[in-house]
Design a protein around this ligand. Structure first.
Ligand code: ADP
Ligand code: MG
Length: 141
């Protein structure tokens, strides 16, 4: 299987509830490595650029308000089939529909405040990683 990198965010609701540790634990238990990481607060322009594909959605303003409301953990995850594997570990977008044991089931509060982001394709992973990390920051692939 292909060695890949994907982009992950631990969202403000999960950072607030002290769930960084258990969420990273899920990634590591499932064979993904943290290749790069930073704890930061997203600026509004950067967040709007990141979520540009959702600009016309009715929830866009609310999504940007939430994602800039507190610290987030930005990560590059690496491993075999990392993009799809991460989406499986995360669970469905709506925590109410997420499978048992997934991060969104365990730590999500609502469809908006769903604890984590993960890239949905190789093209998204490349774009999203490039928005937040320099190549030299991938130190543990
Ligand atoms: P995913 O994060 O699973 O890839 P999407 O790309 O469809 O999901 O949506 C991006 C983010 O927008 C979601 O993770 C969630 O935080 C928010 N979102 C999606 N749908 C809704 C909704 N109906 N109401 C509020 N927020 C939403
Ligand atoms: Mg998405």
């Amino acid at each position: 299987m292909a060695q890949e990198m994907t982009f992950s965010i631990i969202k403000p609701n999960a950072v607030k509830k002290n769930a960084i540790g258990p969420i990273i634990g899920k990634f590591e238990e499932n064979g993904l490595k943290i290749a790069a990481a930073k704890l930061t607060v997203l600026t509004r322009p950067k967040c709007e650029e990141f979520y540009a594909e959702h600009k016309e959605r009715p929830f866009f303003g609310e999504l940007v308000d939430f994602m800039t409301s507190g610290p987030v953990m930005l990560m590059a995850l690496s491993g075999d089939n990392a993009i799809t594997k991460n989406r499986e570990i995360m669970g469905a977008t709506n925590p109410a529909e997420a499978a048992d044991g997934t991060i969104r089931k365990l730590f999500g509060d609502s469809v908006g405040e769903n604890a984590v982001h993960g890239s949905d394709s190789p093209a998204s992973a490349e774009r999203e990683l490039g928005l937040f990390f320099e190549k030299s920051e991938f130190v543990n692939q």
